[in-house]
Design a protein around this ligand. Sequence first.
Ligand code: ADP
Ligand code: MG
Length: 151
Amino acid sequence: MEKFTIHTSSPEETGALAEKLGQLLGAGDVLTLEGDLGAGKTTFSKGLAKGLGVTRVVNSPTFTIIKEYKGRLPFYHMDVYRLEDSDEDLGFEEYFAGEGVTVVEWAHFIEDHLPAERLQIEIRREDEDARVLHFYPKSERFITLCKELLA
Ligand code: ADP
Ligand code: MG
């Protein structure tokens, strides 16, 4: 499995990296974000939204599970933490197959619904402001994208 690793030392740096990635994404792209509470998943999602041209404020969708935004492409932001131990399907496939970009925080809670082709990202807290981000691209497209992002 291909793996790309990058370290950041501030929320701004994580946001800027995600923004750059957002600029490279296209219709139907699905990204998953894993990491403990406070790792930086939502910080990353906000940067990504900016890169997709979303101008509205992006907040954590913890209570609504799915939020939709308009940008250069539609942006679907999910936080499926509350679906732990439930097999509820909120119509995920339609989002994943749609014209937008989907980001799923805590994606392993809906493992069975995830598309095979996706960019899996794991964020770990190393210190107060230090994070390490591991990118596991699950398709050729995402391998190319990671190379471009981290070049
Ligand atoms: P999660 O969605 O994973 O629970 P959040 O993005 O909501 O995490 O919160 C991450 C917290 O960590 C924020 O308060 C953010 O400012 C802080 N932080 C500190 N350093 C970083 C960094 N390098 N990257 C991302 N967030 C960071
Ligand atoms: Mg979050």
